[in-house]
Design a protein around this ligand. Structure first.
Ligand code: SF4
Length: 301
Protein backbone atom coordinates (compact mmCIF):
# COMPACT_ATOMS: atom_id res chain seq x y z
CA UNK A 1 0.00 0.00 0.00
CA UNK A 2 1.29 3.47 -0.90
CA UNK A 3 1.92 5.83 2.00
CA UNK A 4 0.00 9.12 2.23
CA UNK A 5 3.10 11.09 3.07
CA UNK A 6 1.40 14.49 3.06
CA UNK A 7 -0.81 13.54 5.98
CA UNK A 8 2.28 13.10 8.19
CA UNK A 9 3.58 15.64 10.67
CA UNK A 10 7.30 16.26 11.14
CA UNK A 11 7.89 13.58 13.77
CA UNK A 12 5.97 10.94 11.79
CA UNK A 13 7.82 11.84 8.62
CA UNK A 14 11.15 11.71 10.47
CA UNK A 15 10.31 8.27 11.83
CA UNK A 16 9.17 7.03 8.42
CA UNK A 17 12.36 8.15 6.68
CA UNK A 18 14.82 7.04 9.37
CA UNK A 19 13.15 3.62 9.61
CA UNK A 20 13.79 3.27 5.90
CA UNK A 21 17.45 4.17 6.16
CA UNK A 22 17.46 7.91 5.40
CA UNK A 23 18.94 10.72 7.48
CA UNK A 24 16.74 12.53 10.01
CA UNK A 25 17.23 15.96 8.42
CA UNK A 26 15.66 14.76 5.15
CA UNK A 27 12.22 15.03 6.79
CA UNK A 28 12.52 18.82 7.06
CA UNK A 29 13.65 18.99 3.44
CA UNK A 30 10.62 17.03 2.29
CA UNK A 31 8.30 19.19 4.43
CA UNK A 32 9.73 22.35 2.88
CA UNK A 33 8.74 21.00 -0.55
CA UNK A 34 5.21 20.41 0.73
CA UNK A 35 5.05 24.11 1.60
CA UNK A 36 5.92 24.91 -2.03
CA UNK A 37 3.07 22.67 -3.13
CA UNK A 38 5.06 20.47 -5.51
CA UNK A 39 3.10 17.82 -7.38
CA UNK A 40 5.83 15.18 -7.87
CA UNK A 41 8.83 13.81 -6.01
CA UNK A 42 11.01 14.65 -9.05
CA UNK A 43 10.54 18.35 -8.21
CA UNK A 44 12.25 17.82 -4.83
CA UNK A 45 15.62 18.54 -6.37
CA UNK A 46 17.66 18.77 -3.17
CA UNK A 47 16.83 15.17 -2.24
CA UNK A 48 19.27 12.45 -3.28
CA UNK A 49 18.16 10.29 -6.20
CA UNK A 50 17.92 7.25 -3.91
CA UNK A 51 15.38 8.99 -1.65
CA UNK A 52 13.33 10.30 -4.58
CA UNK A 53 13.22 6.79 -6.03
CA UNK A 54 12.15 5.35 -2.67
CA UNK A 55 9.36 7.91 -2.30
CA UNK A 56 8.13 7.34 -5.86
CA UNK A 57 7.93 3.63 -5.19
CA UNK A 58 6.35 3.76 -1.73
CA UNK A 59 4.48 7.03 -1.24
CA UNK A 60 2.13 9.40 -3.03
CA UNK A 61 1.40 13.11 -2.95
CA UNK A 62 -2.28 13.74 -2.35
CA UNK A 63 -3.86 16.24 -4.69
CA UNK A 64 -7.13 18.05 -5.35
CA UNK A 65 -6.85 19.36 -8.88
CA UNK A 66 -9.38 21.95 -9.99
CA UNK A 67 -11.16 20.48 -13.01
CA UNK A 68 -14.06 22.92 -13.17
CA UNK A 69 -14.49 26.49 -11.93
CA UNK A 70 -17.63 28.58 -11.80
CA UNK A 71 -17.36 32.24 -10.87
CA UNK A 72 -20.40 34.09 -9.59
CA UNK A 73 -21.65 36.96 -11.73
CA UNK A 74 -22.83 38.90 -8.68
CA UNK A 75 -20.01 38.53 -6.14
CA UNK A 76 -16.54 37.02 -5.78
CA UNK A 77 -17.79 33.52 -4.94
CA UNK A 78 -16.05 30.75 -6.88
CA UNK A 79 -17.24 27.13 -6.97
CA UNK A 80 -14.71 24.39 -7.63
CA UNK A 81 -14.88 20.79 -8.66
CA UNK A 82 -11.74 19.02 -7.40
CA UNK A 83 -10.41 15.74 -8.74
CA UNK A 84 -8.61 13.53 -6.20
CA UNK A 85 -5.72 11.17 -6.93
CA UNK A 86 -8.03 8.17 -7.52
CA UNK A 87 -10.41 9.97 -9.90
CA UNK A 88 -13.07 10.78 -7.27
CA UNK A 89 -14.56 14.30 -7.20
CA UNK A 90 -15.46 16.68 -4.39
CA UNK A 91 -16.65 20.27 -4.32
CA UNK A 92 -15.46 23.46 -2.67
CA UNK A 93 -16.44 27.13 -2.56
CA UNK A 94 -14.24 30.20 -2.22
CA UNK A 95 -15.84 33.26 -0.65
CA UNK A 96 -14.50 36.77 -0.11
CA UNK A 97 -15.38 38.55 3.13
CA UNK A 98 -14.17 41.84 4.58
CA UNK A 99 -11.75 39.85 6.77
CA UNK A 100 -10.26 37.94 3.81
CA UNK A 101 -10.75 34.79 1.79
CA UNK A 102 -12.63 31.84 3.18
CA UNK A 103 -12.86 28.42 1.60
CA UNK A 104 -15.48 25.76 2.20
CA UNK A 105 -14.00 22.28 1.71
CA UNK A 106 -15.29 18.72 1.57
CA UNK A 107 -14.39 15.97 4.02
CA UNK A 108 -15.90 12.94 2.26
CA UNK A 109 -16.79 11.77 -1.24
CA UNK A 110 -20.56 11.60 -0.76
CA UNK A 111 -22.18 11.26 2.65
CA UNK A 112 -23.90 8.56 4.72
CA UNK A 113 -26.23 10.90 6.61
CA UNK A 114 -28.98 10.97 3.97
CA UNK A 115 -30.47 14.43 4.61
CA UNK A 116 -33.34 14.69 2.16
CA UNK A 117 -32.68 18.31 1.13
CA UNK A 118 -29.04 17.63 0.20
CA UNK A 119 -27.78 16.48 -3.20
CA UNK A 120 -24.69 14.94 -1.58
CA UNK A 121 -26.86 12.95 0.83
CA UNK A 122 -28.84 11.54 -2.07
CA UNK A 123 -25.75 10.54 -4.03
CA UNK A 124 -24.58 7.94 -1.49
CA UNK A 125 -21.16 7.49 0.04
CA UNK A 126 -17.90 6.54 -1.64
CA UNK A 127 -15.06 7.19 0.83
CA UNK A 128 -13.64 9.57 3.42
CA UNK A 129 -10.92 12.05 2.57
CA UNK A 130 -7.48 12.01 4.14
CA UNK A 131 -6.10 15.03 5.96
CA UNK A 132 -3.79 15.73 3.03
CA UNK A 133 -6.72 15.81 0.59
CA UNK A 134 -8.45 18.42 2.75
CA UNK A 135 -5.28 20.52 2.78
CA UNK A 136 -4.89 20.02 -1.00
CA UNK A 137 -8.30 21.63 -1.59
CA UNK A 138 -7.17 24.74 0.31
CA UNK A 139 -3.88 24.88 -1.59
CA UNK A 140 -5.60 24.56 -4.97
CA UNK A 141 -8.11 27.30 -4.14
CA UNK A 142 -5.28 29.50 -2.83
CA UNK A 143 -3.31 29.02 -6.04
CA UNK A 144 -6.38 29.86 -8.12
CA UNK A 145 -7.12 32.97 -6.04
CA UNK A 146 -3.50 34.10 -6.03
CA UNK A 147 -3.68 35.11 -2.39
CA UNK A 148 -3.66 33.59 1.07
CA UNK A 149 -6.79 31.95 2.42
CA UNK A 150 -7.33 32.95 6.02
CA UNK A 151 -10.48 31.05 6.96
CA UNK A 152 -11.65 27.49 6.38
CA UNK A 153 -15.11 25.98 6.76
CA UNK A 154 -15.66 22.21 6.75
CA UNK A 155 -19.11 22.42 5.23
CA UNK A 156 -18.76 20.91 1.76
CA UNK A 157 -19.54 17.30 0.87
CA UNK A 158 -19.61 14.89 3.79
CA UNK A 159 -20.14 14.93 7.54
CA UNK A 160 -16.83 15.91 9.20
CA UNK A 161 -17.53 13.98 12.41
CA UNK A 162 -18.16 10.83 10.36
CA UNK A 163 -14.49 11.16 9.33
CA UNK A 164 -13.36 12.16 12.79
CA UNK A 165 -9.75 10.94 12.96
CA UNK A 166 -8.80 12.40 9.57
CA UNK A 167 -10.48 15.71 10.40
CA UNK A 168 -8.59 15.97 13.70
CA UNK A 169 -5.35 15.16 11.89
CA UNK A 170 -6.21 17.83 9.30
CA UNK A 171 -6.85 20.44 12.02
CA UNK A 172 -3.53 19.76 13.71
CA UNK A 173 -1.64 19.77 10.41
CA UNK A 174 -3.22 22.81 8.76
CA UNK A 175 -2.71 24.94 11.86
CA UNK A 176 0.97 24.05 12.19
CA UNK A 177 3.82 26.24 10.99
CA UNK A 178 5.03 23.34 8.85
CA UNK A 179 1.82 23.55 6.84
CA UNK A 180 -0.57 26.43 6.08
CA UNK A 181 -0.46 27.91 9.58
CA UNK A 182 -4.18 28.69 9.68
CA UNK A 183 -5.17 29.17 13.32
CA UNK A 184 -7.86 26.96 14.84
CA UNK A 185 -9.99 30.03 15.55
CA UNK A 186 -10.18 30.59 11.78
CA UNK A 187 -11.57 27.12 11.13
CA UNK A 188 -15.22 26.15 11.50
CA UNK A 189 -16.64 22.64 11.48
CA UNK A 190 -20.23 22.12 10.45
CA UNK A 191 -21.97 19.00 11.77
CA UNK A 192 -25.43 17.52 11.44
CA UNK A 193 -25.19 16.63 15.15
CA UNK A 194 -23.30 13.41 15.84
CA UNK A 195 -23.50 13.85 19.59
CA UNK A 196 -20.70 11.54 20.88
CA UNK A 197 -18.24 13.12 18.44
CA UNK A 198 -19.33 16.63 19.42
CA UNK A 199 -18.52 15.80 23.03
CA UNK A 200 -15.23 14.11 22.12
CA UNK A 201 -14.32 17.14 20.04
CA UNK A 202 -15.19 19.48 22.92
CA UNK A 203 -12.82 17.54 25.19
CA UNK A 204 -9.94 18.31 22.80
CA UNK A 205 -10.50 22.05 23.42
CA UNK A 206 -9.08 22.95 20.01
CA UNK A 207 -10.79 26.36 19.80
CA UNK A 208 -12.37 25.73 16.39
CA UNK A 209 -15.72 27.23 15.53
CA UNK A 210 -18.60 24.78 15.51
CA UNK A 211 -21.76 25.09 13.46
CA UNK A 212 -24.66 22.72 14.00
CA UNK A 213 -27.24 22.14 11.25
CA UNK A 214 -30.57 21.74 12.97
CA UNK A 215 -32.71 22.71 9.98
CA UNK A 216 -35.96 22.26 11.91
CA UNK A 217 -37.16 23.51 15.30
CA UNK A 218 -38.63 20.22 16.59
CA UNK A 219 -37.87 16.50 16.47
CA UNK A 220 -40.82 15.54 14.29
CA UNK A 221 -39.92 18.01 11.56
CA UNK A 222 -36.20 17.34 11.87
CA UNK A 223 -36.56 13.57 11.65
CA UNK A 224 -38.46 13.96 8.39
CA UNK A 225 -35.45 15.52 6.63
CA UNK A 226 -32.47 14.46 8.77
CA UNK A 227 -32.35 10.74 9.64
CA UNK A 228 -29.59 11.43 12.19
CA UNK A 229 -32.26 13.04 14.39
CA UNK A 230 -33.79 9.63 15.07
CA UNK A 231 -30.53 8.67 16.76
CA UNK A 232 -29.59 12.01 18.30
CA UNK A 233 -32.67 14.19 18.87
CA UNK A 234 -32.55 17.96 19.24
CA UNK A 235 -32.31 18.01 23.05
CA UNK A 236 -29.21 15.78 22.95
CA UNK A 237 -27.64 17.93 20.22
CA UNK A 238 -28.28 21.09 22.24
CA UNK A 239 -26.87 19.48 25.39
CA UNK A 240 -23.73 18.55 23.44
CA UNK A 241 -23.57 22.11 22.06
CA UNK A 242 -23.67 23.55 25.56
CA UNK A 243 -20.96 21.12 26.60
CA UNK A 244 -18.80 22.39 23.71
CA UNK A 245 -19.40 26.01 24.76
CA UNK A 246 -18.54 25.16 28.37
CA UNK A 247 -15.33 23.33 27.45
CA UNK A 248 -14.05 25.80 24.82
CA UNK A 249 -15.75 29.09 25.64
CA UNK A 250 -16.48 29.40 21.92
CA UNK A 251 -19.78 30.34 20.33
CA UNK A 252 -21.79 27.81 18.34
CA UNK A 253 -23.97 28.59 15.37
CA UNK A 254 -27.19 26.66 14.94
CA UNK A 255 -28.53 26.73 11.39
CA UNK A 256 -32.28 26.37 11.36
CA UNK A 257 -34.79 25.56 8.68
CA UNK A 258 -33.17 26.36 5.38
CA UNK A 259 -36.08 24.59 3.80
CA UNK A 260 -39.22 24.78 5.92
CA UNK A 261 -42.10 22.48 5.11
CA UNK A 262 -45.13 24.05 3.44
CA UNK A 263 -47.07 26.01 6.01
CA UNK A 264 -44.28 25.78 8.57
CA UNK A 265 -42.89 29.04 9.83
CA UNK A 266 -39.52 28.71 11.52
CA UNK A 267 -38.97 31.39 14.11
CA UNK A 268 -36.59 29.19 16.05
CA UNK A 269 -38.25 30.14 19.32
CA UNK A 270 -38.44 26.57 20.63
CA UNK A 271 -34.77 25.98 20.04
CA UNK A 272 -33.62 29.45 21.08
CA UNK A 273 -35.06 28.93 24.55
CA UNK A 274 -32.94 25.84 24.97
CA UNK A 275 -29.68 27.44 23.88
CA UNK A 276 -27.50 29.15 26.42
CA UNK A 277 -26.34 32.73 26.00
CA UNK A 278 -23.16 31.94 24.15
CA UNK A 279 -24.94 30.04 21.41
CA UNK A 280 -26.36 31.77 18.40
CA UNK A 281 -29.47 30.75 16.58
CA UNK A 282 -29.25 31.69 12.91
CA UNK A 283 -32.99 31.67 12.50
CA UNK A 284 -32.96 35.18 13.93
CA UNK A 285 -31.37 36.20 10.60
CA UNK A 286 -33.43 36.69 7.43
CA UNK A 287 -34.34 33.24 6.17
CA UNK A 288 -34.00 34.23 2.52
CA UNK A 289 -30.44 35.33 2.85
CA UNK A 290 -29.47 32.23 4.80
CA UNK A 291 -31.04 29.99 2.19
CA UNK A 292 -29.08 31.68 -0.59
CA UNK A 293 -25.87 31.17 1.30
CA UNK A 294 -26.65 27.52 1.95
CA UNK A 295 -27.40 26.99 -1.73
CA UNK A 296 -24.18 28.70 -2.74
CA UNK A 297 -22.18 26.39 -0.54
CA UNK A 298 -23.92 23.18 -1.41
CA UNK A 299 -25.11 23.48 -5.00
CA UNK A 300 -23.59 20.91 -7.31
CA UNK A 301 -21.32 22.20 -10.04
S1 SF4 B 1 -26.46 18.06 4.65
FE1 SF4 B 1 -24.39 17.47 5.30
S2 SF4 B 1 -24.71 15.73 6.70
FE2 SF4 B 1 -26.62 15.97 5.51
S3 SF4 B 1 -26.37 14.56 3.77
FE3 SF4 B 1 -25.67 16.61 3.09
S4 SF4 B 1 -23.45 16.58 3.43
FE4 SF4 B 1 -24.34 14.88 4.63
Amino acid sequence: MMTDIRSMNLSELTEYLTENGFEKFRAKQVLSWFRQDVSSFDEMTNLPARLRAFLKENAYLAKADIVRTRRSAIDDTVKYLFELYDGEYVEGVLMRYHHGLSVCISTQVGCKMGCTFCATGKSGFSRSLTASEMIAQIRSAETDAGERISNVVLMGMGEPFDNYDNVIRFLRLVSSEDSLNIGMRHITISTCGIVPRMREFADLQLQCGLSVSLHAPDDAARSRTMPINRRYPIDEVIAASKYYVKKTNRRIRHALSCKPHPGQQCDGSGVSEKLDQKAECLCQYPVRRRCQRHRTQNARL
